[in-house]
Ligand binder design. Structure first.
Ligand SMILES: Cc1cc2nc3c(=O)[nH]c(=O)nc-3n(C[C@H](O)[C@H](O)[C@H](O)COP(=O)(O)OP(=O)(O)OC[C@H]3O[C@@H](n4cnc5c(N)ncnc54)[C@H](O)[C@@H]3O)c2cc1C
Length: 417
């Protein structure tokens, strides 16, 4: 079924009883050409591009829970391409371009809203760093505007410009950045993959990876054994656990990241605003909730919920930047598991086991990467060659030290900065 305004009218006039399921619910087949482990944003996008771009439809996505129940449905929905280092810069630029055509490509409203991202800075040194990053973004073909304090006051009048702890000097404005409805992205890719013949299998946890003579042959799951010629591990915060099934030890630590949303309010914040010095960022959802978050809970965990010290820290930072926040009532908070890599940059690569591929290390920024990651990982799995935009995301950089991309300049333990 093609979604359109006419379809909405037609269904509305006939009592909304003829909408079709967005995707089938198949049982697993005994074997596939390709198995993707993990039905989050990256896994579903990979399956979609495998089918749509590379004509590979004998593909299954195995998800232990329900599709979109992981981080893809838990993030704060920010989409941007404001990275500064070679490697990341071209990848996120590629991903943002895919975002810009995604709704037409998927025939699905993912509510992509390019409302602009503003990263505030609070010292001369930070202004220099922001200017450098902005120039790198412009060199990459993306957009960046350096705002001074007066510009910020005009665009963000609700911030506290009198606070002296971290006075606002200005901001780096990325107009093409913004937000998207996170679970719609998972649903859109799921529907697109299913329409092209991919089997989406939920409630199917992978419990083992079968390897013979250095080559993958299939997986063990809670719904039985399934054979496959190629397998992609795309399980975000569970990457270390699943890779361990193939005898691999990854340079990944899993940490909780929390987020918060207030009751719905009238439109008040029309950009995404980040306050790096305080570890705080905020935007407003289309339903009116103020959506905000801060930093990681600083201990490794596989539990999708956080602890109170970080709640206090985020609220303090929010109140410092934007005292009006204290008037809003908090509706919900939640957590997701981040796959933190040592240099804060991801891995899209083959492994030492033939037919086994790895996609992980997205830290707290993998939502905006969903189309780019799926596109590049599908390219790698289908052709056995890295996509140009993701050529630097090699696993070996953590072994050799060559090609590390320390985007935030936080050193070897990005998770503890
Ligand atoms: C609070 C929060 C805020 C965030 N904010 C942003 C943001 O604003 N912008 C941004 O770009 N990024 C953000 N992120 C990060 C982003 O959400 C993640 O990097 C990204 O979603 C991870 O990729 P994914 O969607 O594939 O992960 P997931 O949705 O977690 O998918 C992985 C899937 O693998 C499944 N799985 C695990 N083990 C197995 C197994 N053994 N067998 C089968 N299936 C398995 C899981 O159930 C899960 O569904 C945020 C994350 C959180 C938690």
């Amino acid at each position: 079924m093609r979604y359109s305004a006419l379809q909405i009218l037609k269904q509305g006039l006939t009592g909304n009883r003829r909408w079709e399921r967005a995707w089938r619910k198949p049982d697993p087949k005994p074997s596939y050409d390709i198995i993707i482990i993990g039905g989050g944003g990256h896994g579903l996008a990979t399956a979609y591009y495998l089918a749509a771009v590379h004509g590979q439809s004998n593909v299954a996505v195995l998800e232990r829970g329900y599709f979109g129940g992981g981080n893809v449905g838990r993030n704060t929905t920010i989409v941007r391409a404001n990275y500064g280092l070679p490697g990341n810069s071209e990848f996120y630029s590629h991903s943002l371009k895919l975002w810009e055509g995604l709704e037409q490509e998927l025939n699905f409203n993912v509510m992509h809203s390019q409302r602009g991202v503003i990263n505030l800075f609070h010292s001369d040194g930070q202004r220099d760093a922001a200017a450098r990053r902005g120039n790198a973004m412009i060199n990459q073909g993306d957009d960046a505007i350096l705002l001074d304090r007066g510009d910020c006051r005009q665009m963000l009048p609700y911030l506290d410009f009198d606070q002296t702890r971290f006075p606002i000097y200005g901001g780096l404005y990325h107009p093409r950045g913004g937000t998207a409805r996170h679970d719609a992205v998972a649903w859109g890719f799921a529907r697109g993959a299913d329409q092209r013949g991919v089997d989406l299998i939920d409630n199917c946890e992978v419990t083992g990876i079968d390897i013979q003579n250095g080559h993958v042959t299939g997986v063990q799951t809670t719904r039985g054994a399934i054979r496959a010629k190629k397998i992609g591990i795309v399980v975000a915060g569970n990457s270390s656990r699943v890779a361990a099934m193939a005898g691999m030890r990854l340079p990944i630590e899993s940490h909780v990241l929390q987020a918060f949303v207030t009751e719905g309010l009238k439109p008040v914040i029309d950009h995404v605003v980040t306050y790096g010095m305080g570890h705080f960022y905020i935007s407003q959802s289309d339903k009116g909730g103020l959506v905000f978050g801060g930093d990681l809970d600083f201990y490794p965990s596989y539990a999708s919920r956080g602890n109170l010290p970080m709640v206090e820290h985020v609220m303090e930072a929010g109140m410092t930047l934007m005292p009006m926040l204290g008037k809003a009532r908090l509706l919900r908070s939640w957590g997701g598991i981040m796959d933190m890599s040592p240099d804060g940059s991801p891995i899209i690569d083959r492994t030492g086991i033939r037919g086994l591929y790895l996609n992980c290390g997205w830290c707290y920024g993998g939502f905006k990467a969903v189309p780019g990651s799926g596109n590049c990982f599908a390219h790698l799995m289908a052709t056995d060659r890295p996509h140009d935009a993701a050529a630097r995301y090699k696993l070996s950089r953590f072994e050799t030290g060559f090609g590390l991309m320390d985007e935030e300049g936080t050193g070897a333990q990005h998770n503890l900065h």
